[in-house]
Design a protein around this ligand. Sequence first.
Ligand code: TTP
Ligand code: MG
Ligand code: MG
Length: 436
Amino acid sequence: MAPAPCAAQLPFHGSRTLKGPADKATIDGVSTVPIRRIAHLDMDAFFASVELLRYPQLKGLPMVIGGGRRKVDEALRGLPAGSALADIPIEAFPRLKDYVGRGVITTATYPARQFGIGSAMGMMKAAKLCPQALVLPVDFEEIRKFSRRFKQVVTEIAPLMEDRGVDEVYIDFTEVPGGQREGGRVLARLIQKSILEATGLTCSIGVAPNKLLAKMASEFDKPNGISIVYERDLEARIWPLPCRKVNGIGPKADEKLQGHGIRTIGELAARDRDWLIANFGKSTGAWMHEVAWGRDDRPVVTESEPVSMSRETTFERDLHAVRDRAELGTIFTQLCEKLADDLQRKGYVGKTIGIKLRYGDFRIATRDQTIEAFTADARTIRQVAGQCLKRVPLEQPLRLLGVRMGALARAEDAAAIATVGGARSVEAPSRSFPLF
Ligand code: TTP
Ligand code: MG
Ligand code: MG
């Protein structure tokens, strides 16, 4: 799809006007290109909502995700034969007040948030705010399943989707049927409804002229909300927000901005571009100026997630596992290093490490092993791949050797989960936590 031309590229014979709720750009009243409409979709209380699918009896109650073992399912044994998880009485679920340990909360249901509980809060502090809140651990397999499922629903309706992690995506509505109606609301409603039907989960969607504003808009009406932000809403809806709401202004930059008396995006917009550059450097200063004025032309990047990455090499002459042991060992280590480098450069980690051999007679053998924690570390890959190698016959000469990493996740997603896992290690110190 060709990118929407900006105003400067349009043949310009008269005033370029945006009509009503800005559905089409018009020149002298003649409709030209559709207005750029970018949506940001974020699932509501994602990890907690996935648990509520399993335990619908907890809907509407304050509940947090955190802590280690899932003991509550044992209550099934006390119930009549044929009972399901949905039949476990609410009294059987662990409560925050009974929680001991230093873990942190991963997320909280909206009823729990009314007590002031939220992500990254210590469990003990949360227990003081809402002792009766229920506590459940996260099930990463389940999370991944629902993450894939909701994204599939989105791409079936609107194929230009950018995956931004476990529970959020950007979607280009511009050319999608219904994507311009009511500023994108009609399509957003369809996506919300389709996700709910396919998964039982709710999400919130913001639609705006670009990613920057769409990301802020998706938070305006959470949970289960849709917010449409037009260019003309900048002053009324964006400028009053604190600078931290800009995706990219972190706590450090915010502190520095506050030091200069800049608290809101409007106050940032009021500063001179040159002043921002002088104080924050050329690229950050210029970027701050652009975002404060609601400008962002980053495209929606649809590249699909790789499932695996691999490196392999065909030898110049066939090598023998015993006679050419040293040479094979060096090549093997180099392959692992290259694979680790590929993963790290592209920002991925993986859990399933595999090898591939081609023998002199062209037969192929593969073996793999899945480890507990995600990695992109060359030594770990080398070690696990080495174990795989021990499981294949090595009497015949070899033509080719390959190393592969599967079960990939984006490094940033895995890191967020690892933090949660780390917090739980207080409860179960000897266990290494399976991620995703
Ligand atoms: P968020 O989208 O930030 O939060 P949320 O979906 O729970 O709630 P909201 O309705 O406000 O969007 O994060 C998505 C999931 O990622 C969240 O359910 C749990 C997980 N997560 C972490 O593991 N660590 C964290 O620090 C945060 C913020 C979230
Ligand atoms: Mg969310
Ligand atoms: Mg999110």
